[in-house]
Design a protein around this ligand. Structure first.
Ligand SMILES: CC(C)(COP(=O)(O)OP(=O)(O)OC[C@H]1O[C@@H](n2cnc3c(N)ncnc32)[C@H](O)[C@@H]1OP(=O)(O)O)[C@@H](O)C(=O)NCCC(=O)NCCS
Length: 195
């Protein structure tokens, strides 16, 4: 099957009334997935919101290889719909990253994790897929870990992410000045969903 045929088949699946039953699954991110993720991060609907500043593939690999992410207490996955890769998602120990930000939120403990996601192909966005992926990932985190709260930190201008997380049950907590945080620039909208 060509990439175009695959995308069309996915579009048909995602767009049908049966879309809620679309088979969303997650597989632990592997070294082999790095080129695909790097390519997705260059897409125009992703690049403005991508949270890494790695400007070369080598730096990207240094930051996103499975071993590097494990050292940062970050758990990455590829996202599949009907067996086809459509995106990337991860969760991380919130108190291990971006400490300046989370301290303002009251030093979340080990029970709090953060999450981020990317849908790689723009033609698959705005069809409800992001909301279903977030919801399925939340279910996975709550069933496989002791986490009691999941937070997201989209930038205020990222309407798609804010609406996507809101539709997946995340409540807006507050806007935080994150300019001192290396992982983000400017302000973030802190959002949270509890168990
Ligand atoms: C954020 C993202 C995962 C959302 O995925 P998606 O499949 O488009 O989300 P959904 O289709 O479930 O849409 C959820 C809501 O967001 C809205 N939305 C989606 N894209 C939008 C856009 N570009 N502008 C405005 N609203 C948008 C949808 O309309 C929907 O709200 P509605 O039902 O009230 O109209 C996807 O846009 C993406 O991968 N973006 C790039 C990476 C990124 O920003 N990640 C988040 C980092 S925190």
């Amino acid at each position: 099957m060509t990439a175009r045929t695959t995308t069309l088949a996915l579009l048909a699946l995602i767009s049908t009334a049966a879309a809620t039953a679309a088979d969303i699954s997650f597989r632990t991110f592997q070294e082999d997935d790095l080129p695909t993720l790097f390519q997705w991060t260059q897409a125009s609907h992703v690049a403005p919101w991508w949270w890494s500043h790695a400007d070369t593939y080598e730096k990207f690999v240094d930051e996103f290889s499975p071993s590097a992410q494990a050292k940062e207490c970050q758990y990455p996955y590829m996202v599949f719909v009907d067996g086809e890769p459509v995106g990337y998602i991860h969760y991380y120990c919130a108190d291990k990253l971006c400490k300046e930000c989370w301290e303002k939120y009251g030093k979340p403990g080990a029970g709090t994790v953060g999450m981020d996601l990317v849908i790689g192909d723009a033609s698959l966005t705005r069809r409800g897929l992001g909301t279903r992926i977030v919801d399925a990932f939340v279910t996975k985190i709550f069933s496989e870990t002791d986490a009691t709260r999941i937070i997201a930190d989209p930038t205020p201008a990222n309407t798609a992410a804010i609406r996507c997380f809101a539709k997946a049950g995340f409540a807006r907590v507050e806007e935080i000045d994150a300019s001192s945080c290396v992982k983000t620039t400017g302000k973030i909208v802190l959002m949270a969903r509890s168990r």
